[in-house]
Design a protein around this ligand. Structure first.
Ligand code: HEC
Length: 252
């Protein structure tokens, strides 16, 4: 299952848990004449909060893991999403502290609870909700794939021919970029597969190892912008940087 779909499903669970937490809070504090047993509701609210927190951590793990693996730069949407996520963590910690230790602040707990609910909705809206919408609930594989590889490329750029650079400065720059961005998934000095194929001789062989397209600098540039399958997109790299990476690959 693509990680985006998985995260979206986790976020639907978070959504339901947040809704239920708000419902139990309203029932505890909101009514003049109580409809349910308050002590029991409080217990349910607490258990619900713990389950929420566990799902939150699990979802955050997938998010952080993706960023760590790809070192992709955050889009504006992802940045908002991260700020919302951090706010939820801080508010949850405050809420627990007020309930347990700083009881003089107990009155604030309701408003914090409301905020956590609302920010959770914003959190989901900026990620899972967005993915589920644009992929038509995960059914549109084409969009799913384009999303996993981020931005689409302007095709004109791919057609232009790339001169492979051979000067030492470009190769050194390319090596540095390679070591910071490609190294976790590729071995430069063998053809052994790690997450992706090894890159030794990549431009000397006739075909690229996985897609079996001709091993041209254009196809490598294209792989960085619109990856063939599971590789994350590096469409944020400038043309200069792509050329430097190709200069380095050409030496392998
Ligand atoms: C998160 C892991 C990951 C990272 C990081 C990564 N790749 Fe890949 N790469 C893959 C996988 C998986 C494949 C197999 C083909 C595919 O899924 O697109 C691949 C395939 C390739 C191919 C062969 C494509 C083909 O058509 O056979 C090239 C070339 C390549 N990567 C270059 C790079 C370069 C250059 C970087 C750094 C800027 C990089 N990759 C970073 C995972 C990664």
């Amino acid at each position: 299952m693509p990680v985006f779909l998985l995260k979206s499903l986790l976020s639907v669970i978070l959504f339901v848990l947040a809704l239920f937490a708000m419902f139990t809070m309203f029932e505890v504090f909101g009514r003049n004449e109580k409809k349910y047993n308050i002590e029991r509701l409080k217990k349910i609210h607490r258990a619900n909060g713990i389950v929420y927190f566990l799902f939150f951590i699990l979802t955050a793990y997938f998010c952080l893991n993706f960023i760590l693996n790809t070192k992709a730069e955050l889009s504006p949407r992802a940045s908002f999403h991260a700020v919302f996520a951090l706010s939820v963590v801080i508010l949850l910690a405050l809420k627990v502290a007020f309930v347990r230790f700083y009881k003089q602040f107990y009155n604030q707990v309701k408003i914090i609870g409301l905020l956590i609910g609302l920010i959770t909705f914003a959190l989901i809206g900026t990620s899972g909700g967005y993915y589920l919408l644009v992929t038509e609930l995960g059914t549109d594989q084409r969009v799913m794939k384009a999303l996993s590889s981020k931005k689409q490329e302007n095709p004109a750029k791919n057609e232009s021919k790339i001169e492979v650079r051979t000067d030492a400065a470009s190769i050194a720059k390319g090596k540095e970029l390679y070591e910071s961005k490609c190294y976790f998934c590729h071995d430069a000095y063998s053809t052994k597969k790690e997450v992706g194929p090894g890159h030794k001789g990549i431009l000397k062989n006739p075909l690229l190892p996985v897609s079996e397209k001709p091993a041209t600098p254009e196809n490598i540039a294209n792989q960085l912008r619109n990856p063939y399958k599971d590789m994350p997109s590096f469409s944020y790299l400038s043309d200069e940087e792509v050329q430097d990476i190709i200069a380095f690959l050409n030496t392998l």
